[in-house]
Design a protein around this ligand. Structure first.
Ligand code: MN
Length: 747
């Protein structure tokens, strides 16, 4: 039977020298390639640095360092990790610093020790789930090197084992942190062994009564269980050997916390827990896994629905095994896990096993990006995918592009990498950002362009009469949402200033491009140019340029294009006039002769296939144009359609745009799409539906969704008789409270 209880209070005052010798002999057996001199040097350094310091149990402090190193060896970590584990508390607790460690043991070791120190300094307070999730991600992001996390887990494991000597308050808070942060991280990294021990130890302090109930009940059954397990082990092993298979078989009582969870979630007492013991069969190759399964199902009756094949479908944390539950001869159900040795190492040590057994030489190159990317993917896929969490989780993909910082209250705020106090302030609330007058990070005053680091505690100072954001902030802010909020402020608060400023910028740009104001302010030309840049008048355009809604370069570019076009067409006009006249004549003739299809007359074509374009969904009364498609007849667009405008002069489509018109008496209805933009509010969709209903409009689809800036977009498709009816609908929708824009699709 495996030793399966968490190690508690490993008893009495420790002799560091003795523990060190045990460590060395363990390393000699399991990783003889390690440099013993270097490990000795690390031990000596730790002894010296921590000399005089005692643990709560009275042992020299360095015993904790040796214990953490010992656990690291069990996890299969590399030499640098073992050295770093021995030194993991020296930066935090002694005179030695990063430079001292780097000089003697190299930068990789110093980096790891410093990483562990940073994690140790993170202040933890229990929060709701999402905050916990952010905190876990923050720790992972801070660690940078996965070995930092692994050593932190080793450190925590030893501290939990020796928690008996701490005050009750500390026992509780550390146990809570272990249960909420470190056990889940160990789980994600696939380190089952560390995970269950952390959970069991934490449970012991969090619910001592519940813990005792289970251990007492198990203890009273222990003789029976042990007897049962050893008989079964023998029976299974004998049988498998008869079948010619070489297997290693072991058995264990399930972990206290997993029994505890089952009892509480399923409201059972210990008698009701299905399978208290589990057997593990380890074989040499995958096909033997299935062979063993066959034999076991032949020997015992399998419980339906309990067979799981994690070999063909591994768990996201790489776990692989076959699981089945069967009923033994005494009527006692038990679980059997079947796996190969490879799978076994992975199941026990997760990421660490990947390292030791899959990386080959055992020396992991520092800063191996691929490796970290792999861990990141692991974390991503490990997310318990609840549909609502799906998009939230997508963000983890950008793990490296994120930074996690604390608010003064201890909330974890998630920002893009490179974020500054400005991003932080606006992510709390736009009012905080707009009234910010100063910021500090970890208690020290910083400038607004200070780049935040993982784990920073960020505080902003605000003032009622703050001058508001400055334009520089737009280039300092890293997050789109902060920039949007800053722009909104300028748009609202500084209209006059924006117009003056926009005017200057625009004129300047004109000059740079060799144009004059008079070129564009010509009475006939100006309306066309404004339409091209989509502003009602020059003032609006200046305001937009002023607050940064559009660049002057862009507006001038468009105007210049438009001017060239106007100029060009003026020249062509006379030559074209004759041709156009002829075309018009033909058109009238065509209309007289052709028979309409779906209410559309096509120049020179009778009875052709007509399709209404989906981009702009024309209705009778719209000015329309036809496009001869390849094999699908003529598709009808509005002349205002952006696809038509974009492609009208495309040489590839030369001759494919043809004149079409509506027939006179149309009775059909036409499907068309409109988009409503509104401030986000409740009851919006209901109000829209009410208006449409009152107009007797035939609604085919109606979809609403929220977008950035607390706005909602509602897409509606309607069946409509013509432009008059549509105008009415648009008017009515525009007058609904909160609606800022109603537009037809395709413009
Ligand atoms: Mn420690």
């Amino acid at each position: 039977m495996d030793d399966n209880r968490a190690m508690v209070g490993d008893g009495g005052i420790k002799d560091p020298q003795l523990m060190y010798e045990n460590l060395i002999s363990k390393i000699r057996t399991s990783c003889p390639e390690m440099d013993m001199g270097r490990i000795r040097a690390a031990y000596d350094t730790a002894c010296l640095a921590h000399s005089g310091q005692l643990r709560r149990d009275g042992s020299p402090y360095v015993t904790h360092c040796v214990a953490a190193a010992d656990i690291s060896v069990d996890m299969g970590l590399d030499e640098d990790s073992v050295v770093a584990a021995l030194l993991h508390d020296v930066i935090e607790d002694t005179e030695l610093g990063y430079a001292d460690i780097a000089r003697q043991f190299g930068e990789p070791v110093a980096d790891i020790v410093e990483g562990v120190t940073k994690l140790t300094r993170v202040q933890y307070t229990s929060k709701e789930d999402e905050q916990m999730e952010n905190l876990r991600k923050m720790l992972m992001a801070m660690a940078k090197d996965i070995r930092v996390i692994l050593i932190k887990i080793a450190d925590r494991l030893h501290n939990m084992r020796t928690m008996a000597y701490q005050s009750e308050e500390k026992q509780r808070s550390k146990s809570l942190e272990t249960m909420e942060i470190y056990a889940p991280i160990a789980h994600r990294l696939g380190m089952q062994r560390a995970k269950w021990e952390l959970e069991d130890l934490a449970l012991m302090y969090l619910d001592p009564t519940g813990y005792r109930e289970i251990t007492d009940a198990l203890d009273s059954r222990m003789p029976t269980l042990i007897d049962f397990m050893s008989k079964m082990e023998l029976k299974i092993k004998t049988r498998l050997e008869e079948e010619g298979m070489q297997v290693s078989i072991s058995s264990r009582i399930k972990h206290i916390y997993s029994i505890y969870r089952k009892m509480y979630t399923q409201k059972l007492d210990l008698n009701g827990i299905f399978d208290l013991c589990a057997f593990r069969v380890i074989v040499d190759n995958i096909s033997d896994c299935y062979n063993v399964l066959g034999v076991i199902h032949y020997m015992f009756k399998p419980v339906p629905g309990r067979f799981k094949d994690y070999i063909s479908t591994p768990k996201p944390n790489m776990y692989q095994s076959l699981h089945t539950t069967v009923i033994g001869s005494e009527g006692i159900p038990f679980e059997v896990q079947i796996r190969t040795w490879d799978m076994h190492h992975t199941a026990e040590y997760g990421v660490a096993a990947h390292w030791k057994y899959k990386m080959g030489d055992g020396n992991v190159r520092a800063g191996d990006e691929d490796k970290f990317a792999w861990v990141r993917r692991l974390l991503e896929s490990q997310q318990e995918s609840d549909a609502t969490d799906f998009f939230h989780n997508l963000k983890i993909d950008m793990f490296a592009d994120e930074v996690f910082v604390f608010s003064p209250k201890g909330d974890v705020i998630n920002l893009p990498a490179g974020a500054t106090p400005i991003d932080f302030a606006y992510s709390i609330h736009s009012a905080i950002g707009n009234s910010m007058v100063g910021a500090s990070v970890n208690g020290r005053i910083v400038t607004f362009d200070h780049v935040l680091q993982n784990g920073d505690i960020v505080e902003v100072r605000t003032a009622k009469n703050a001058p508001g954001p400055s334009r520089d902030w737009l280039s300092i802010a890293k997050s789109g949402s902060a920039r949007t909020k800053i722009k909104q402020w300028f748009k609202k608060e500084r209209r006059e200033e924006n117009i003056a400023r926009g005017h200057d910028i625009f004129e300047n740009e004109l000059r740079n491009r060799g144009m004059r104001m008079e070129d564009i302010t010509d009475e006939e030309v100006l309306p066309i140019l404004l339409k091209r840049v989509a502003y009602a008048n020059l003032e609006e355009m200046y305001a937009a340029i002023g607050y940064g809604g559009i660049t002057a370069t862009r507006t001038v570019n468009r105007m210049k294009d438009e001017l060239a076009r106007i100029h060009h067409s003026a020249e062509k006009k006379t030559a074209l006039e004759k041709v156009t006249e002829a075309a018009e004549r033909r058109e009238t003739n065509a209309k007289k002769n052709a028979r309409p299809v779906h209410g559309i007359l096509v120049e020179g074509l009778d009875n052709c296939l007509i399709k209404f374009s989906r981009c702009c969904t024309p209705v009778p009364g719209d000015e329309v144009i036809g496009f001869i498609t390849r094999g699908e007849g003529v598709s009808i667009h509005r002349r205002e359609c952006r696809n038509y405008k974009r492609n009208a002069e495309n040489p590839a489509d030369l001759g494919r745009w043809i004149e079409v018109d509506w027939a006179d008496n149309i009775t059909e209805r036409y499907t068309t799409g409109i988009t409503v933009v509104s401030h986000e509010r409740s009851g919006l969709v209901m109000d829209i539906a009410t208006v449409l209903n009152s107009l007797n409009s035939k609604v085919r689809t109606l979809n609403a969704r929220d977008i950035e800036g607390s706005r909602s977009i509602v897409n509606i498709t309607l069946e409509i008789k013509g432009i008059e009816e549509l105008r009415m609908v648009i008017n009515k929708l525009s007058s609904i409270r909160g609606v800022s824009e109603v537009s037809r699709n395709g413009n």
